[in-house]
Ligand binder design. Structure first.
Ligand code: FAD
Ligand code: GLY
Length: 380
């Protein structure tokens, strides 16, 4: 089976890797270099517990299932690529800096625990034992040991290697402008006027998924802007070891001493400007939790675009056009959701049987169309 994937972010690359492992002939088309979109911008938190919200039960279930896959996925990817993906298992602390924060955290914790998530409330003294450099205003914290992190930039590099080693073909600097169709089904992708034939096309173009010339109504995907910055800690004596969520910023320490501080959430289309207000709010939020950052050199600042959908959940599965599937809309948790997206989508495609784990995320929920299989008939 010939499969064309549009977009070489974590989603397109991981799905391509799984499909190539399953024997498909996979080509990924990337308009830029691989892994330079949201997958580059992300913080790499695998925050199935921290980001669990009421009203998103199905997404919470998917997130926890994906988190459970992460250790084996990382080990397999590291073996296949020969590269580390920087998985760190110290866990996450959600810190309260005053009584209001503490009340809010305790309220959220009750919901998260009702979902079966293991969390522990820490007093200020207990919190400081785990992270002594946190500021003087601590009012307690939630410890979430299962919310771990991965280095998302290393992840995309490892996925490129694993994908190509599995026989996949990657065309960088090749923007896809449209989908070729014949007899009511997708038959390939179009780039610079040329058609590249495929039995199945998968749209994995992240925040840009609604910008192509598609023969179906545009998927309800919009860019949700996030500004971030990184400061350099002393790797031999880092200010933090856990991922820390403060009330107005999160802090993600990497093994090499980089401390990532994120992120704004802005509805500004594809405006890629880094603003004084954005950086100020991140630095202020981070400094209130970890005053020691004021002496650290700033390494980098950047902007990324989360692929947000109308219900904040991904679109996974066949579109209304036979031969065209979607794997997009992963919003704030695409790194976390990479293993399950790749595994469940690949299984559905290769066996022509929908994987029940992604059934709630069928794109038809936005169009009322009846689901149909990826391919109407199996193609040898
Ligand atoms: P992308 O990585 O954006 O990849 C899409 C690719 O498609 C791009 O390379 C793009 O160039 C390409 N493309 C677009 N149009 C075309 C075309 N016409 N032809 C060819 N190629 C095309 N998630 C987490 O799980 N944990 C986090 O801590 C986290 N933090 C985040 C922080 C920020 C600031 C942001 C912005 C996101 C964060 N996310 C996080 C979300 C996560 O980054 C995304 O959900 C995920 O990276 C989406 O992956 P993707 O492959 O769908 O999109
Ligand atoms: N998940 C973190 C972010 O989107 O900023």
């Amino acid at each position: 089976m010939q499969i064309a994937i549009i977009g070489a972010g974590v989603i397109g690359l991981a799905l391509g890797w799984r499909l190539a492992q399953g024997g498909a002939a996979v080509t990924i088309f990337e308009r830029d270099q691989p892994g330079q979109g949201a997958s580059f911008a992300a913080a790499g938190m695998l925050a199935a517990a921290c980001e669990a919200e009421p009203g998103e039960a199905a997404l919470g279930t998917l997130s926890r299932a994906s988190l459970a896959l992460w250790p084996d996925f990382a080990a397999e990817l590291e073996a296949a690529s020969g590269q580390s993906v920087g998985l760190r298992r110290e866990g996450t602390l959600l810190v309260a800096l005053n009584r209001d924060d503490a009340e809010k955290l305790r309220h959220d914790m009750a919901f998260q625990q009702s979902q079966g998530i293991t969390l522990e409330w820490l007093t200020p003294a207990e919190t400081r034992l785990r992270e002594p450099r946190l500021g003087p205003n601590l009012a307690g914290a939630i410890s979430s040991p299962q919310d771990i992190q991965v280095d998302n930039r290393r992840l995309t590099q490892a996925l490129v290697t694993a994908f190509t080693r599995a026989g996949g073909v990657l065309h960088s600097q090749t923007p896809i402008t449209g989908i070729a169709t014949a007899h009511g089904r997708a038959t390939g992708v179009i780039s610079a006027g040329n058609t590249h034939p495929a039995d199945l096309v998968v749209l994995a173009a992240g925040a840009w998924s609604a910008l192509l010339d598609l023969p179906i109504p545009r998927p309800p995907i919009r860019p949700v802007k996030g500004q971030m910055l990184a400061v350099q800690m002393d790797p031999a004596d880092p200010l933090l070891r856990h991922v820390v969520w403060a009330p107005r910023a999160y802090l993600v320490p990497r093994a090499d001493g980089r401390l990532i501080i994120g992120a704004t959430v802005e509805e500004r289309g594809f405006d890629d400007r880094i603003t004084a207000g954005g950086l100020f709010s991140l630095l202020d939020g981070a400094w209130r939790a970890l005053p020691g950052i004021e002496d650290l050199p700033i390494l980098e600042s950047w902007v990324g675009f989360r692929p947000g959908s109308r219900d904040d959940a991904p679109l996974l599965g066949p579109s209304e056009l036979p031969g065209l599937s979607l794997a997009t809309g992963h919003h704030r948790n695409g790194i976390l959701l990479t293993p399950i997206t790749a595994e469940a989508m690949a299984t559905s495609i290769l066996t022509d049987t929908p994987d029940p784990r992604i059934a709630p995320f069928h794109p038809a929920r936005f169009t009322q169309a009846q689901p149909h299989p990826h391919l109407e008939r199996k193609i040898a």
